[in-house]
Design a protein around this ligand. Structure first.
Ligand SMILES: [Zn+2]
Length: 206
């Protein structure tokens, strides 16, 4: 039985100055790095995902056309493969990351579970191979890619925990709704800074 940390889409385009900037994204990258320095050794595997879209076409309708984005299902062009916007935010310390996942090549892909590793493996297979039963999730954006990743994790049978202080969302109302949805589906949410020690479901203290 193993535990994983999933860092969702902490990329330049989702932080201040990026094409689809989320307020607080840069500060979040720093907080996640601080968390990793204290807690990375508690995880058997640390995974980071990136949105990684094609430069040509609209990526399955994910990039807005002439009418502009609705910021629900259509978005400004973002995280185009190989561009600076698609890179991880520089404040995220990648030395702790064991597995990199990319998603969204030519299609909308909110969940990291839709992505593949550099070796072409699905994330769920990475977790299966490493006997991961629990995954803690942090990153951007609470109301989109964190939400979708958490729900996919729950539906894959994983014990999912989203750290509310280590995520940022586009919209506060939809972010709160997303966390509620994760809880309704059987996941858990809470703060990372409750230690010593962090209360986990079932009363276990890390
Ligand atoms: Zn995208």
């Amino acid at each position: 039985m193993a535990r994983a940390l999933l860092i969702t889409d902490v990329q330049n385009d989702f932080t201040e100055g990026g094409a689809l900037a989320v307020d607080g994204g840069a500060a979040l990258a720093e907080r996640i790095t601080a968390f990793l320095r204290r807690h990375a050794d508690e995880y058997d595997v640390v995974v980071a995902s990136r949105d990684w879209h094609d430069a040509t076409g609209d990526n399955g309708g994910h990039f807005a056309g002439p009418d502009g984005p609705d910021f629900r299902t259509t978005w400004p062009a973002h995280c185009v493969a190989g561009t600076p916007g698609a890179e991880y935010h520089p404040a995220l310390d990648l030395s702790f990351v064991d597995v990199h996942v990319r998603k969204g090549q030519g299609e909308p892909a909110y969940s990291a579970f839709e992505g593949t590793t550099d070796a072409g493996a699905d994330l769920v297979d990475v977790f299966f191979d490493r006997e991961v039963h629990a995954v803690d999730i942090v990153g951007i954006a609470t109301d989109h890619c964190v939400r979708a990743s958490a729900l996919d994790g729950v539906h894959a049978g994983l014990d999912v925990f989203v750290y509310e202080d280590l995520v940022v969302g586009i919209d506060q109302t939809s972010s709160e709704a997303a966390l509620e949805e994760v809880r309704d589906e059987g996941g858990h949410t809470g703060r990372s800074d409750m230690d010593e020690g962090r209360q986990r479901p079932g009363g276990a203290v890390l």
